[in-house]
Design a protein around this ligand. Structure first.
Ligand code: SF4
Length: 358
C-alpha cells in the first residue's frame, strides 16, 4: 500500500519518531489514523550506519540510512527494498545532523581500531535521501572527518533549488536517469503523481552545470522497458550533455520489487552499451554483484541487520561474515522466524533482506 503524507503529518511523524527514540520500549508500535488512512503503521526505525561494503563506484563505502522504511518519491519496479510504503515528495527534517555526525564519528573510531578505513561516507537510505531537509547540514558536519561524501539520489527533487544547493556539498553525486521518455519513466520508476519528468530533467541539467564534484549517472536497464535502441539514443543525448564523470549502466541483480523484472538479454545489453559508448566518454557496466565484505564488529548481528535494511545480501556473503565472527547460521534462521529477515530467490541466487512487513 502506498501512503501520501502531507507536510503537517510529516511533522507529526517526526514528533512521534523523536518520542520513539527517547522511548524506553523501542519495539513499541505507534500508529496514527487521520483522513481515514493509516499514516504511520509502525515506527521501528532508528538512524543507523552500515558496512562498510566494497562498492565499484565508491570503493570501501560506509553507508548512512537516515530515512524510515521505505520513504521515496518513486516506487521503481526493480527496487531491492520492495514497493514504496511511504510515497511522498514533501521534504522534511527526517534526521538530526548532529546525531548523524555522532554515529558516524563513533563508527569510524571503532573501525580504525580494527584497521578499517572507509574511502567514502555514502548517503544511501531506505528511500530517497534528498527527502531529508537536513541532508546538506549533515554533509557539512561530516566533511571535517576528512572522508569523501557521496549521495545516491533518484534526482526527482532536483527541480527544487534547495535540493540542488544541498547536494553541492557532496564530493560525489550519483543521479538516476532510467528514461527520458515519459511513458517509460512511469513504467520503470512509478513516480509520485505530482512529479513531472521535464522539470526533473531540467533540474538535473541545472545541477550538472554548476556542480564541481564528481557526477555519476546510473541507468537501470530492464528487459522490455528501457532497453531499446530508441530509449538508449534519447538517454545518451541527455546524459552526454551532463558531462558526467562516468555513466553507469546497471542491471537488476538483487531481488526486485516486482517478480517480472529481468535484466536485458546479452544482445540488447551490448546494443545499449554501444550506443552509450558512442556518445559518452566513460561508460561502465555494473553487471556483477558487488563484493560485500562486512568488517568485524562488536555488535555483529546488529551490524548485519543494519546492512540488510538497505542492501540485500546473498547466502554466501552472509555465511562468510558469520564465519568470520564465529557465529552460526542458526542466527539467521531465528531472525527469519522472528520475521526480522526474509529470504528471496532471484535468478538462481538466494538473498536475505530486511522484512518490514510483520
Ligand atoms: S530504487 Fe531508489 S528511487 Fe527507486 S524506489 Fe527504490 S529507493 Fe526509491
Amino acid at each position: 500500500m502506498q501512503l501520501n503524507i502531507y507536510p503537517a503529518l510529516i511533522d507529526k511523524y517526526i514528533f512521534l519518531r523523536k518520542r520513539f527514540l527517547n522511548s524506553a520500549t523501542p519495539a513499541q508500535a505507534i500508529t496514527d489514523r487521520s483522513h481515514g488512512q493509516v499514516l504511520i503503521q509502525e515506527v521501528t526505525y532508528k538512524m543507523d550506519v552500515f558496512g562498510p561494503v566494497q562498492s565499484r563506484r565508491f570503493d570501501l563505502s560506509l553507508g548512512i540510512n537516515h530515512l524510515p522504511p521505505k520513504t521515496c518519491t518513486y516506487s521503481c519496479v526493480y527496487c531491492q527494498l520492495g514497493r514504496t510504503s511511504i510515497m511522498t515528495t514533501n521534504r522534511a527534517a527526517f534526521s538530526e545532523p548532529q546525531e548523524i555526525f555522532q554515529v558516524i564519528n563513533n563508527r569510524l573510531k571503532e573501525l580504525a581500531r580494527e584497521g578499517v578505513h572507509p574511502d567514502t561516507i555514502t548517503f544511501v537510505s531506505n528511500g530517497e535521501p534528498t527527502l531529508d531537509k537536513s541532508l546538506g547540514e549533515a554533509i557539512r558536519l561530516i566533511k571535517p572527518l576528512g572522508i569523501q561524501t557521496a549521495v545516491i539520489t533518484n534526482a526527482s527533487l532536483l527541480w527544487h533549488s534547495d535540493t540542488r544547493t544541498q547536494l553541492m556539498e557532496a564530493d560525489i553525486v550519483s543521479v538516476k536517469v532510467d528514461s527520458v521518455m515519459e511513458d517509460t519513466w512511469h513504467k520503470v520508476d512509478r513516480p509520485h503523481g505530482t512529479l513531472r519528468l521535464d522539470e526533473i530533467l531540467n533540474g538535473i541539467h541545472r545541477f550538472a552545470q554548476t556542480y564541481r564534484g564528481k557526477l555519476f549517472t546510473e541507468t537501470m536497464l530492464i528487459s522490455g522497458l528501457n532497453d531499446t535502441d530508441a530509449e538508449a539514443k534519447a538517454a545518451v543525448v541527455f546524459i552526454g550533455d551532463l558531462h558526467p564523470h562516468t555513466a553507469y549502466l546497471a542491471l537488476p541483480m538483487r531481488p526486485p520489487a516486482e517478480e517480472w523484472v529481468h535484466p536485458p538479454t546479452e544482445e540488447r545489453l551490448m546494443a545499449v552499451f554501444q550506443i552509450f559508448k558512442e556518445h559518452i566518454p566513460k561508460v561502465e557496466l555494473l553487471m556483477d554483484l558487488p563484493k560485500t565484505e562486512l568488517p568485524a564488529n562488536d555488535k555483529p548481528i546488529q551490524s548485519l541487520i543494519n546492512t540488510l535494511n538497505v542492501h540485500p545480501l546473498g547466502k554466501n556473503e552472509i555465511e562468510t561474515y558469520l564465519n568470520s565472527q564465529n557465529l552460526d547460521w542458526k542466527i539467521i534462521e531465528s531472525l527469519i522466524k522472528k520475521k526480522i529477515l526474509k529470504s528471496i530467490s532471484t535468478q538462481g541466487t538466494e538473498f536475505f533482506v530486511r522484512n518490514y512487513k510483520k
